[in-house]
Design a protein around this ligand. Sequence first.
Ligand code: ADP
Ligand code: MG
Length: 699
Amino acid sequence: MTNILQQEIKYLAGVGPRRAELLNKELNIRTVEDLLRHYPYKYVDRSRFYYLHEISSDMAFIQTKGRILRFEKVGEGRSQRLTAIFTDGQQSIELVWFKGIKFVLDRYKPGVEYVLFGKPSFFNGRYNMAHPELDLPSELPPPDRMGLQPFYHTTEKMKSHFLNSKAFQKIVATALRQVESNITETLPAYLLKNFALLNLSQTLANIHFPANGELLNRARQRLKFEELLYVQLDLLRQASWREQHLSGFVFSQIGDYFNRFYKEYLPFELTGAQKRVLREIRKDLGSGKHMNRLLQGDVGSGKTLVALMAMLIAVDNGFQAALMAPTEILATQHAESLSSLLGDLGLHVELLTGSTTAKKREKIHEALRSGDLQILIGTHALIEDDVRFAQLGLIIIDEQHRFGVEQRAKLWRKNTQAPHILVMTATPIPRTLAMTLYGDLSVSVIDELPPGRKPIQTYHFYENKRQTINSFIAKQIQAGRQIYIVYPLIQESEKMDLQNLEAGYEYVRESFPHCQVSMVHGKLKAAEKDYQMQRFVKGETQIMVATTVIEVGVNVPNASVMIIENAERFGLAQLHQLRGRVGRGADQSYCILLSGFKLAADTRKRLEIMLQSNDGFEIAEADLKLRGPGDLDGTLQSGLPFDLKMANLARDGQMLEIARNTAREILQKDPQLAKDENAILLRQLKKSRSAALNWSIIS
Ligand code: ADP
Ligand code: MG
């Protein structure tokens, strides 16, 4: 039986080969199913008529009934436009057309009753509407039948071929009519029943043309549940596959390097949390199972040390270890701090980054192949194809959120058997989310800061307080401290960012003529960046003016003040990361958030959270709650190895939990999905599986 949803859209009435090709090229829509899975991004309520006096500026669209009083042509030639005064009998609104003037004048007549529909905007003290839709009441279904009208994303190219949202909507309507009664269900009957879900046919009908708000919600719920359930089923099945098939190198002994380091070189007592996490890691490494672990710990909680000690275990067992960092600055700093921690322990450690010279690189490659090099620290350079290890046993990825799945996949292939993986992050994420994003990995948490740290004091000032802040900076510098001043990156315009930064740099130089100032940003050559950074690390410069390149990991314990310019432009996680650059020594540290006066409500809330909490986990939770739609889609959700059209991992946490539990129950009862009632699940999993890359084993 061929599935009716798999039919190509070119055979649909109103589509044809040319539109089919356009839809395929622009939106990757080939089959009826693809078409029906292109969901509206919003709906507009056409279920009632409004009066013009009811318009408010937060209404995206309104529908009203009335008459055109008169038309008027304004301007000449290309800048000519047509305006009309439209009245509902009590109030009036101005309608405007910039093109198609002749068409409008031919078609619409003053004095005739029309249904007006469009997007009002407020200009020059009155509302107007550009390019509205006007229909005779007799041409439209009655309003209570029009319900919620769907709007679809289209592309410029589609629009230029008259395939706008409205045309798309017509095609969808046709498709739905044609297939509606024949849609093959994609969830087992018992799930539909247990969770009182709409069936697929009802769901697709209501997601495109909701009969009412409630049915729209139920359609959405069903789609979210379905997406998340399949993701979870997939993850859990892969996890159990891993358990059964994937063995890990066995690091059976705690050897000389580890013991000597622990007894003779460790500069301080490990915190309780560090010890616990190390035990968890040791257990994994000795178990014969493959370790795939996420280590979460707030900024400054001492993850690096844990990483080092895990690497020593690998080395003690005759394996090599690699530590990968997202930026050159960070990799360099890791290399230096690890080397100084290791002292004369006699390990062969090297740093490999984009700016390692060819000659040095060759040497490193050779030492890696011979097995002489025990610990390699680096950036992405470390996963390039020509880097071969003799016996890579453990990979540690620092600040993992900057590494894509593909990059992790490359690492995976660095030995005949998968090396153990430890992923470290200072951006805590709720557990279910973590498990979904990174496969079924185990999670360790360092929930304790090293002793003796004074909590950082955080303040928010408006820009008019610059003088006060400057004298505070001067005092701190006099007391021997160092200062960070960070400027935001606005991605749209790198050039402007740089201008901002440079202006800031000049201002700082003028304000503190007796101080040495470093400046670091992403556009600097690696050598220059390194030089500037080193001067600050060594205390040769007192002030570091930088963009967020210093956000991750940089460790200068003597720096005690973090000034964040335009703090309103930063996300919470970023603010917290930046703040974590100070408070690393024994001195009282300060974080000063500078902003303009005008702050949006959620921005104000973000800054407030920063003032209230120093706890990364608390801030992450708050962040997740605060984030509107869209934000997370851009950062977390992109680069996911699966496609979520309806569900959003940040906002649908509860649904995620339900989906995960359901998936687990199903697999407990029927691990192979061999029962009849689960046949649908197996079929759908296989279908999506063949489409997706086999990403699972790498995360
Ligand atoms: P992060 O978790 O942010 O990567 P780091 O590993 O850079 O934190 O550690 C932050 C600072 O704390 C470093 O200067 C490190 O030497 C120090 N540190 C780590 N562990 C301890 C400890 N148990 N006691 C005291 N200081 C520690
Ligand atoms: Mg770190």
